[in-house]
Design a protein around this ligand. Structure first.
Ligand code: GLU
Length: 405
């Protein structure tokens, strides 16, 4: 955790404090046998790390990805811990996943795999213990399967065990777009502070999954000029702005960005180096590294993916005056609405869409406003400032519990 090293020095953290912040509470590795459609059995590997629970039950998504390993899950669970503290929802942090490429599985295989994950983990999760949610390559459908398996095993309804569920099963309005919508509220504040206006502000979005696609659409609707977007295979670019509604339609029909009219084709890597005002990495981690950081021409980076900028790239960006809005703030709208979903499940009373939107805006604006002056008083960039704020809250909770003096 290179980032923590820097903040640890600024805050003069003691060894015990650093240990509490960097050693996960509980780590699980599961082996998940699944009967495939051809009747063979395949064993998949699943992970769950419950990183820190001082501020509340642990919280964090489950991702399906062929290259996932325990170290990634650990970093992402650490970030969830900070994220929940930054936006002030009463959760600790966790993350989980399965090593799998879900596009290679049939619907039935995917359902059996999702349910197998819960059969191995049900003892350790729960509405008051650890609450999973969607992440990369998982969605409300997967959450519904997982919820069903959990409820079958424990023998009662327990909608608060998992968030990001379909509305019909206790999901919340707005959760499907909450990460992206939250990001737009953060960006609104920052753009204001920069003396810019949405109109004419040039935006580039890397990644066209749930987060990338929705933020591109929302910003397009808010009159930002989205000049380039990409998915994992390819990208498209038009200096005069893309019609994102049409891009979504095209991608839905053709399963690809390729062949979109009035746009230049561009690779997923090249897109990061375009000249623009706001660059939005919304795909996977480690996209901006020391190798390409020097070629980034954006004014602002809004980190909608988790951990898209490596710590050594951060140093280069700061030197070049690129303003980075860190993941633990930028993409925290997801977990904020997960918190609202869990609250609604716990009281069994459901809010209207407008109510969720205005509460989300309130949380995001509160976490963003005044950050500029905190950065100045700590003499730190935004990431270090947010780390300081989050670490202070987590350590205070540990202290009150009696684990630190
Ligand atoms: N997977 C999302 C994230 O990385 C949401 C987690 C949650 O809602 O628990 O923030």
């Amino acid at each position: 955790y290179n980032m923590l090293d820097k903040v640890a020095k600024t805050l003069k953290l003691k060894k015990a404090e650093i240990d509490i912040l960097t050693i996960p509470k509980r780590s699980f590795i599961f082996s998940l046998p699944v009967i495939m459609d051809d009747s063979t059995t395949k064993i998949f590997t699943g992970y769950r790390i419950q990183f820190n629970n001082a501020r509340g039950p642990t919280k964090g998504g489950i991702r399906f990805h062929p290259e996932l390993d325990l170290e990634d899950v650990k970093t992402l669970a650490f970030l969830m811990t900070l994220k929940c503290a930054v936006v002030n929802v009463p959760f600790g942090g966790a993350k989980g996943g399965i090593v799998v490429d879900p596009s290679k599985l049939s619907e039935g295989e995917l359902e059996r795999l999702s349910k197998a994950y819960i059969r191995e983990s049900y003892r350790f999760i729960g509405p008051e213990t650890d609450i999973p949610a969607p992440d990369v390559n998982t969605n409300p459908k997967v959450m519904a399967w997982m919820l069903d398996e959990y409820e079958k095993i424990v023998g009662r309804h327990a909608p608060g065990v998992i968030t990001g569920k379909p509305i019909e099963l206790g999901g919340s309005y707005v959760r499907d777009i909450s990460t992206s919508l939250g990001g737009t509220f953060v960006l609104k504040e920052i753009v204001k502070e920069f003396g810019m206006k949405p109109e004419g502000t040039k935006v580039v979005v890397q990644g066209f999954g749930n987060v990338g696609m929705n933020i591109a659409r929302l910003l397009y609707e808010q009159k930002y000029k989205v000049i380039a977007v990409s998915d994992s295979k390819s990208g498209i670019c038009n200096e005069n702005g893309l019609d994102i509604k049409q891009v979504i339609e095209h991608k839905k029909n053709k399963k690809s960005m390729k062949g979109f009219e009035n746009a230049k084709e561009i690779t997923n890597k090249e897109i990061l180096e375009l000249k623009c005002d706001v660059l939005i990495p919304a795909a996977l981690e480690h996209q901006i590294t020391k190798e390409n950081a020097g070629r980034i021409k954006a004014k602002i980076i809004l980190e909608m993916a988790n951990h898209p900028v490596t710590p050594d790239a951060d140093v280069i960006l700061e030197k070049n005056g690129v303003f980075v809005i860190p993941d633990i703030l930028a993409n925290s709208g997801g977990v904020v609405v997960s918190y609202f979903e869990w609250v609604q499940n716990n009281m069994n009373y459901y809010w209207k869409e407008e109510e969720v939107v205005s509460k989300l805006e309130e949380y995001m604006t509160k976490a963003t406003k005044g950050l500029e002056s905190s950065c100045k008083s700590f003499r730190c960039n935004m990431r270090d400032t947010l780390y300081i704020i989050a670490i202070d809250k987590i350590l205070q909770a540990e202290r009150l519990r009696g684990f630190l003096r």
